[in-house]
Design a protein around this ligand. Structure first.
Ligand SMILES: [Ca+2]
Length: 210
């Protein structure tokens, strides 16, 4: 009888140990964790939708190219002054990017930039460009437009006004007017909020008669 009791006790201890060990290794718990039904999936916000929000979209700007031909490319440019290497020729070389621009000597207003078209021609628009890169931050420049047949006696075509050059709008200012015949076109600058003198990367003068 004692022997039977000892066997029962041993079996009971073995059962308890096996349950304990089974639980100790957590096999049951691991299987629960691996079940996809028990996973909590946290979804990231939809970034595409967020980036398409109107507050994050820049209006696409299409550069304004006047009708006709830019005849300034055939002309000769002079200026009242220039700084470093930024001479007047750089304003009519057809390149608006990089360092191809004219800049007047510091604090020497008024500054003039003049193009001799080499002949009298009908013109109806001018386009003044700065480098369109965003490093050329938004600025204002105040200038007038004058014309002349002899390069000495100028008459005002467009009065002195302040214009905004904005890299989000190609850093360009386009002025259109009734066709006039002239050989010389001059810009006279009195202010530039982004530098100490007038700056022009391209001074384009448009004619429908090339
Ligand atoms: Ca240029």
């Amino acid at each position: 009888m004692k022997k039977a009791l000892r066997v029962i006790l041993i079996l009971l201890v073995l059962v308890l140990i096996s349950v304990h060990v089974y639980g100790f290794f957590g096999i049951k718990d691991a299987s629960i964790e691996m079940n996809p039904e028990n996973l909590i999936v946290v979804e990231a916000p939809d970034q595409t939708e967020a980036m398409e929000h109107p507050d994050f979209i820049k209006e696409e700007y299409v550069p304004v190219i006047p009708e006709g031909t830019n005849i300034a490319l055939e002309g000769k440019a002079t200026a009242s002054s220039f700084t470093q290497v930024y001479n007047a020729r750089r304003a009519i070389d057809g390149v608006a990017v990089g360092v191809s621009y004219w800049e007047a000597a510091p604090n020497s207003y008024p500054n003039t930039l003049t193009v001799d078209l080499q002949r009298k021609a009908p013109i109806h628009a001018i386009r003044i460009c700065l480098n369109p890169a965003s490093i050329w931050a938004k600025r204002t420049q105040t200038f007038s437009v004058k014309i002349s047949d002899d390069g000495e006696n100028f008459e005002e075509l467009i009065p002195m006004q302040q214009y905004t050059f904005d890299p989000d709008r190609n850093n360009e200012v386009v002025l259109e007017f009734d066709t006039v015949e002239t050989q010389f076109v001059q810009l006279e600058f009195t202010e530039n909020s982004g530098a100490t003198g007038g700056q022009v990367a391209e001074f384009e003068i448009y004619s429908k008669e090339s």
